[in-house]
Design a protein around this ligand. Structure first.
Ligand SMILES: CC(C)(COP(=O)(O)OP(=O)(O)OC[C@H]1O[C@@H](n2cnc3c(N)ncnc32)[C@H](O)[C@@H]1OP(=O)(O)O)[C@@H](O)C(=O)NCCC(=O)NCCS
Length: 328
């Protein structure tokens, strides 16, 4: 494959007009992820292929001098905030200069439409340092996400005390209450909004989030390992678990006015025990490292970080109207 720099005047192409070329490029990226020892390469490819086959994807291709796709940017719209994207470079073009050139062209192409507010950190074939140098020059801040797991055979700590509220497993009928709690938990957190928002309306986002978690969009929901705590008929804290590459704790949230009373600890304890009881020996979760409180909570219960199991998302923090990258 040629490594000649592409002509700067070639326009970007809507990826929907070249699905076969897009898939070919993604297969190369899957292989580059595997070579780099990244987990989830097959899952990534299967998901991307399904979206492409359904025509349910947004993206632009940069076509090279030999009519091959050199680079591909896929994205979703994060409400009024902007676009969240992933970048893929084809074999022979996996170099920082190509990434930089592609980002310049994308910024140019997105004039008049929503800006890109975040990029996933993993660009196949490029090291973390190479990505960091390109993204940080453009005002993006790296937000680290890490996999944690509860080791097989590890003992759970003593059961945390009952907080004297109603505590019970969640069911499908609780979906509106779960959506309402998701709204209260994340409303004031611009980072979480930037990482996960799909609409400009955070209430609508919470409804969609609850629906996705309970109806199989994030793997099968495991209601027997998902718990809620209630105060005077109102859901004030919850954990949700889904079957995705094992037993995954997909949500831990406590209403802001009920925090630091041990509710999350109690919920996570019971979710881990219940996941094990239904056969998931190593419950897992993903934590954003800037969320120190959550990471500390999980470590105290017995979760450990998975070596090599972290990834970065590059966030254009100034566009969110918040300062710095600290705090949780
Ligand atoms: C992270 C989160 C779930 C923690 O919930 P929580 O119910 O406050 O957690 P806990 O009370 O069990 O533990 C938190 C802290 O309170 C302390 N605590 C527990 N009981 C306490 C009590 N009776 N008095 C004082 N402190 C107490 C714990 O020791 C812990 O201290 P630390 O932060 O110094 O480690 C909550 O802050 C939240 O919903 N955040 C937003 C959503 C989120 O980030 N979820 C995690 C995504 S991975």
């Amino acid at each position: 494959m040629s490594s000649t720099p592409a002509s700067p005047t070639r326009p970007l192409v809507d990826a929907r007009s070249a699905p076969a070329e897009t898939l070919r490029l993604l297969a190369q990226c899957r292989d580059a992820f595997k070579t780099a020892g990244k987990s989830g390469a097959d899952f990534f490819y299967a998901t991307a292929r399904r979206k492409i086959e359904e025509g349910a994807f947004l993206g632009l291709l940069w076509i090279g001098p030999g009519e091959e796709a050199m680079a591909y940017a896929a994205w979703e719209v994060a409400g009024e905030l902007g676009r969240r994207g992933s970048l893929y470079l084809s074999e022979g073009f996996q170099r920082p200069k190509i990434l930089e050139g592609f980002l310049n062209r994308l910024d140019h192409a997105s004039e008049g439409s929503l800006p890109f507010i975040s990029w996933t950190g993993d660009v196949p074939g490029l090291s973390d340092e190479e990505c960091a140098s390109v993204f940080s020059r453009r005002g993006f801040v790296g937000v680290e996400r890490a996999d944690m797991r509860f080791p097989q055979g590890a003992a759970l700590p003593a059961e945390p005390p009952n907080p004297s509220h109603v505590f019970r497993p969640l069911g499908m009928d609780d979906e509106p209450a779960i959506a309402d709690l998701l709204f209260r938990v994340y409303e004031e957190d611009p980072f979480e909004r930037a990482l996960f928002a799909t609409t400009s309306d955070s209430r609508e986002d919470s409804r969609r989030g609850a629906h996705a978690l309970l109806h199989g969009e994030v793997g099968r929901w495991i209601p027997e390992a998902s718990f809620g705590i209630w105060d005077e008929g109102r859901l004030i804290a919850h954990t949700l678990a889904n079957e995705l590459d094992g037993g995954l704790i997909t949500e831990v949230g406590v209403d802001p006015t009920y925090r630091r009373r041990g509710l999350a600890r109690r919920l996570v304890f019971h979710t881990v025990a219940a996941l094990r009881a239904v056969g998931f020996q190593e419950p897992r979760l993903v934590v954003t490292l800037r969320n120190e409180r959550a990471a500390r909570l999980y470590e105290r219960i017995g979760f450990v970080f998975v070596p090599g199991g972290s990834g970065r998302v590059w966030l254009r923090v100034p566009a969110l109207g918040v300062g710095g990258s600290g705090g949780a």
